[in-house]
Write a protein that binds this ligand. Structure first.
Ligand SMILES: [Cu+2]
Length: 91
C-alpha cells in the first residue's frame, strides 16, 4: 500500500497553457487561387476573437482554424467575405 495515494492530489504541476481545450475546425472556402488569397483570408480570420491559428490552403480550398472555443460561423463567414471570398461551409 505504499505510494498508492502519494503525489497525485495537490501537485502544482505545469500549467497547460499551450493545449488547453483547443478546438480545430476545417471549412471549405471558394475562390482562393494563390498565396495572396491565402494570406488575405488568414489576415481577416486571425482577427476574429478567440482564433489562435489559421491555415488557408488555396490548392485544396480548405481553411483550418484553431481556436479556444468553437468559432462563430457568422463571424467567420463575414471575415472570409471581407477578404473577398466565400465560405462554403464545414469541410
Ligand atoms: Cu490569389
Amino acid at each position: 500500500m505504499l505510494g498508492g495515494e502519494r503525489g497525485g492530489e495537490s501537485r502544482p504541476g505545469p500549467e497547460l497553457d499551450e493545449e488547453h481545450t483547443m478546438t480545430e475546425s476545417v471549412y471549405s472556402v471558394s475562390g482562393m487561387s494563390c498565396g495572396h488569397c491565402e494570406s488575405a483570408i488568414t489576415r481577416e480570420v486571425t482577427a476574429i476573437p478567440g482564433v489562435t491559428s489559421v491555415k488557408a490552403v488555396a490548392s485544396t480550398g480548405l481553411l483550418t482554424i484553431g481556436s479556444e472555443q468553437p468559432v462563430d460561423e457568422a463571424a467567420l463567414r463575414a471575415a472570409v467575405d471581407e477578404a473577398g471570398y466565400e465560405l462554403v461551409g464545414r469541410a
